[in-house]
Design a protein around this ligand. Structure first.
Ligand code: SAH
Ligand code: SF4
Length: 320
């Protein structure tokens, strides 16, 4: 068993490991991933203060609660002052990083505003805060501009590495294109960002084989960080009608822990996020992820009035 880290992480092995629910195997897998994490990236947990700057989105991903087509959502956009104040608080609380996340928008006034905000956040503190952006697909020029302004990392989940599954979980039009999303990941790297990606686990139509391919995708792409989490139902989305077809919450939770642990064994030196969605399925979800290979937490520091309206899935905690 101690040779788990020396396994050959090919598709057959990954399918075998993802299917194996023997409790002594799971214990050893999680413990080995934890040991590898500590040996490779250290005991330290990295905190990124997450600011959900707006829930306005031009997209209609079939699984997401803030999709454009959801007319029940009350839309908001934080002011510059709110964002800078949240960033200042993050610094005062000892966080080295903030992460700005929002729905996807593409007009020039919006992208220029982000550039300005990134520059202003950089000037707030000494040493300057690191900045992660998670603002969806943009052109290479926009990514270059945001990186030049001071953006360090960018989180853009591929959602699934299967083009076929991608087309089942999104509308089929050119703003929901798998090829464009993959190109965006390459462009982010070209623009100089440290690139993070990830997938949802337990999606309708998703198989173990898809999940094994997702792990291979992240290794082959050579991601710098990964944020993956369980798929959670939202009652105002088209996918709500598939809720009876999903893995149980417990199985989605354990499957996510297994994905995190396996990725840690495959990529010992990357950053892996213990996602907020883990916390929805288990009050100790993030802690369990941190003992199974994850090393990053993104506490939510969005002002309360806005956080209420950033409901990507049901049960999103109002706690940090
Ligand atoms: N608009 C940006 C960033 C905000 S969405 C983008 O899409 O990249 C951030 C992440 O929330 C998405 O990448 C997706 O993986 C996740 N998400 C959306 N709906 C979800 C759901 N129902 N359950 C779990 N995660 C979800
Ligand atoms: Fe918009 Fe992101 Fe939700 Fe898709 S996942 S609808 S891009 S916020």
């Amino acid at each position: 068993m101690n040779s788990l880290r020396n396994s050959v992480f090919d598709k057959d092995f990954l399918i075998w490991a993802l299917t194996n629910s023997d409790s002594s195997f799971l214990q050893e897998l999680f413990a080995e991933a934890h040991r590898v994490r500590v040996e490779s990236v250290g005991e330290q947990i990295y905190f990124r203060g997450l600011i959900e700057i707006s829930n306005i989105c031009r997209k209609n991903c079939l699984y997401c609660g803030i999709r454009k087509g959801n007319s029940m959502v009350s839309r908001y956009e934080l002011s510059d002052e709110d964002i800078l104040l949240a960033a200042q608080r993050a610094f005062d609380s000892g966080y080295g990083y903030v992460a700005l996340q929002a729905g996807e928008r593409d007009n020039a006034a919006y992208t220029a505003r982000i550039t300005r905000l990134v520059q202003q956040i950089k000037l707030l503190a000494n040493p300057p805060l690191g900045i992660t952006l998670s603002l969806g697909e943009q052109s290479l020029e926009v990514y270059r501009e945001w990186h030049a302004a001071g953006g360090n990392r960018y989180l853009l989940r591929i959602e699934t590495s299967s083009k076929k599954l991608y087309s089942k979980i999104h509308p089929n039009d050119n703003i929901h294109s798998f090829d464009n999303r993959l190109q965006a990941l390459h462009n982010l790297r070209k623009a100089g960002f440290l690139v993070g990606t990830g997938v949802m686990i337990g999606l309708p139509f998703q198989t173990i084989e898809h999940l094994a391919d997702d792990l291979l995708f992240m290794r082959d792409f050579g991601v710098d960080m990964c944020g993956m989490g369980p798929y959670l139902d939202h009652n105002e989305t088209p996918f709500h009608s598939y809720r009876h077809t999903l893995y149980s919450e417990e199985k989605r939770f354990t499957m996510t822990l297994k994905m995190i642990a396996l990725l840690r064994l495959m990529m010992p030196h990357i950053n892996i996020v213990a996602s907020t969605a883990m916390q929805v399925l288990d009050p100790l979800g993030r802690e369990k992820a941190l003992s199974s290979g994850a090393n990053v937490v993104m506490p939510n520091i969005t002002p309360a009035f806005a956080k209420e309206n950033y409901k990507i899935y049901n049960g999103k905690t109002s706690a940090i």
